[in-house]
Design a protein around this ligand. Structure first.
Ligand SMILES: Nc1ncnc2c1ncn2[C@@H]1O[C@H](COP(=O)(O)OP(=O)(O)O)[C@@H](O)[C@H]1O
Ligand SMILES: C=C(OP(=O)(O)O)C(=O)O
Length: 468
């Protein structure tokens, strides 16, 4: 029963139904569609395939649509460029502007000509290529290569220390959002979230569109770090987007930033995802580096909710092996390092919080026990996950499929959809029967049940202890 969830980015390397089934079999819990690269036709096809693959595997997975947001990227290049130190590169603010250099591409943010100044560094592809700005005209930026490398299409552009003047969502994002809502995406990741208002704006749009999807704020630059307390407080979930973050802040700060963000999320009960380069070497190689295994171990003992794969699965040679490696390293780590420390000082603000904490303490005191909750809106299950039970898995039953999928990202929560049929004791029996059928429970197991649906008319939290 792996607690830490696995988020898998899909792309050309996973473009067939059989691969999706293998990824699910190997442990993928959430699939990510990166709208910086995905066409609407592709998203429609893949979304349908995801749902079919989960059904074929008799399980469920969630879908996260990652909105490009105000992320600055190069345009397309016909074939990869091999840039050398001293080469000059031109960035045009629009396709219609004629090229004047051999290495010429567009940039998706015309305002770059105003935000940059001559001499400013430009980092491309996570800093793999480094340039220095040499001239700026109203329609073009010219930069000299300082560190060369291979440049492909739609690469990230980072401007360390430059506060860019960009709205939270671009016109493209609004179109992508409509598609995601129409299809039923369970999460929307907001790239370059910098202020609580950015999260609230997206949440309001989702509410207006009658979507129950959750917003995950991606922390990607210094502006976000300056506002991190407010962003964590305002969000339901945070992604430590180490790719962009590592280009926008000193690399030696990155592990410290990661740990600080995770600690803040654990305290406030926000979902936290660690992303990027967890198994980067496996894009090419069938086995991970020892350092990558240790990075995964580290995220697990920091008690994150999810870890994410990007290029490893979207374009890598071994997508299914990557999920398998993550699953094995996480499972081994969780078995050796029981959780329960990072969130222990989390505030208990309401009676419900206190009831949840009591259920978790009880489960911690009953070795081998398992937690079961019945939750219409998901709140009780999210709160149980927040209290980070030491070993007990949390089986969460809800009548609502959307709620079940939003529980997919919660550490240690195993959601199931089940009708509550009005008779609470029958509902509990049905749940136990289902768990036994699926080999999640066996005779003699102790279960700690937390529910507020024991009585049809009386909403009161109850804790029951039973031996199955
Ligand atoms: N839907 C897709 N279609 C084509 N290529 C994709 C897709 N998703 C991801 N990729 C490729 O996989 C790479 C790694 O994925 P990811 O980390 O999500 O992208 P990025 O780092 O560019 O935001 C991307 O740079 C892109 O080349
Ligand atoms: C997850 C990240 O975002 P993207 O894939 O959009 O670069 C990142 O920067 O680490």
């Amino acid at each position: 029963m792996r607690k830490t969830k696995i988020l898998v980015t899909l792309g050309p390397a996973t473009d067939n139904p059989a691969m999706l089934e293998t990824l699910i079999e190997n442990g993928a819990n959430i699939f990510r569609l990166n709208m910086s690269h995905a066409s609407h036709d592709w998203v429609r096809t893949v979304y349908a395939r995801i749902r079919e693959a989960a059904t074929a595997k008799h399980t469920d997975v969630a879908v996260l649509m990652d909105l490009t947001g105000p992320s600055i990227r190069t345009g397309d290049v016909a074939a990869p460029w091999m840039l050398k130190s001293g080469d000059e590169v031109e960035f045009r603010i629009d396709e219609s502007i004629p090229t004047t250099k051999e290495y010429s591409t567009t940039v998706n943010y015309p305002g770059l000509v105003n935000d940059l100044s001559v001499g400013a560094p430009i980092a491309i592809d996570g800093g793999m290529i480094q340039l220095q700005t040499v001239a700026i005209t109203p329609q073009r930026i010219f930069a000299k290569v300082v560190t060369g490398g291979e440049m492909k299409s739609r690469r990230h552009i980072n401007l360390p220390g430059v506060a860019v003047n960009l709205p939270p969502l671009t016109p493209k994002d609004y179109l992508d959002l409509d598609l995601g809502v129409e299809l039923g995406a369970d999460y929307f990741a907001l790239s370059f979230a910098r202020e609580p208002a950015h999260i609230q704006h997206l949440e309001l749009l989702l509410e207006q569109k009658k979507s129950r999807a959750r917003v995950i704020a991606k922390i990607e630059n210094q502006q976000a770090l300056d506002n991190i307390d407010a962003l964590v407080a305002a969000s339901k979930g945070i992604m430590v987007a180490r790719g962009d973050l590592g280009s926008e802040c000193p690399l030696e700060d990155l592990p410290i930033i990661q740990r600080q963000i995770i600690a803040k999320c654990s305290y406030h009960g926000r979902k936290v995802i660690v992303a990027t380069q967890m198994l980067e070497s496996m894009i090419e190689n069938p086995v991970p580096t020892r350092a990558e295994v240790t990075d995964i171990f580290n995220a697990v003992i920091e008690q994150v909710d999810c870890v994410m794969l990007s290029g490893e699965t979207s374009v890598g040679k071994y997508p299914d092996r990557c999920v398998d490696v993550l699953h094995r390293v996480i499972t081994r780590t969780e078995a050796s390092y029981p959780s329960g420390r990072f969130a222990q000082d989390a505030p208990l603000k309401t009676n419900k919080h206190k009831a949840v904490k009591s259920a978790v303490l009880l489960a911690n005191d009953l070795p081998g026990s398992k937690l079961i909750t019945f939750t219409r809106g998901g709140v009780t299950a999210h709160l149980l996950a927040h209290q980070r039970p030491e070993f007990a898995p949390i089986f969460a039953f809800t009548p609502n499929l959307n709620i079940s999928r939003t529980l997919m990202s919660a550490r240690g929560v195993f959601p199931f959809v089940m009708e509550f049929n009005g008779d609470p004791s029958k509902t509990i029996e049905d749940a136990i029967k289902m768990l036994r059928q699926r080999n999640h429970l066996s005779g003699g197991d102790t279960v700690v049940i937390l529910t507020d649906v024991l009585h049809a008319d009386l909403r009161s939290d109850s804790i029951l202890v039973r031996t199955v």
